[in-house]
Design a protein around this ligand. Structure first.
Ligand code: FES
Ligand code: FES
Length: 155
């Protein structure tokens, strides 16, 4: 089937099979390798992208289901003011260690902070329940969100 959709604001069209996942199409066909493949079972969040603004695990999202939709990956979010602010805050707060989980965290958090300017720490931790980080212990990530929120309020 032909899949026509928007990726990071640009139209894309390609042939996909029913078994293709959105993750496979993004990484292997469109060379958007910022989105990571971790568990491949919808458990770790490394593959998180936004579909029509909502975070999804792209490893278990059928590519064909993205037809007509808008997909945002970490590459696109790097050019987004909020995404760039989060990335800088992650680096400053030590929220990036091996970095494998980071694109998924940034992507989920962009969706959270687009909806809510000032989420509580509990809300942030709940929103990140589907994103696993084996390195940081999460506190630095929560600190990075707090710094981003503070910067938006100050800015
Ligand atoms: S790779 Fe998709 S949730 Fe782990
Ligand atoms: S920084 Fe290594 S898994 Fe999160």
């Amino acid at each position: 089937m032909e899949l026509s959709f928007t990726v990071n604001g640009r139209p894309a069209a390609l042939e996909v099979d029913a078994a293709d996942t959105l993750l496979g199409v993004l990484r292997d066909r469109l060379r958007l390798t910022g989105t990571k493949e971790g568990c491949n079972e919808g458990e770790c969040g490394a593959c998180t992208v936004l579909v029509d603004g909502l975070p999804v695990d792209s490893c278990i999202y059928a590519a064909g289901a993205a037809a007509g939709r808008s997909v945002e990956t970490v590459e696109g979010l790097s050019g987004d003011q909020l995404g760039a602010a989060l990335q800088a805050a992650f680096i400053s707060a030590g929220g990036v260690q091996c970095g494998f989980c980071t694109p998924g965290f940034i992507t989920t958090l962009v969706a959270v902070l687009r909806e809510d300017d000032k989420p509580s720490e509990d809300e942030v931790r709940r929103a990140l329940a589907g994103n696993i980080c084996r390195c940081t212990g999460y506190s630095q990530i929560v600190d990075a969100v707090a710094a981003t929120v503070a910067g938006r309020v100050a800015g």
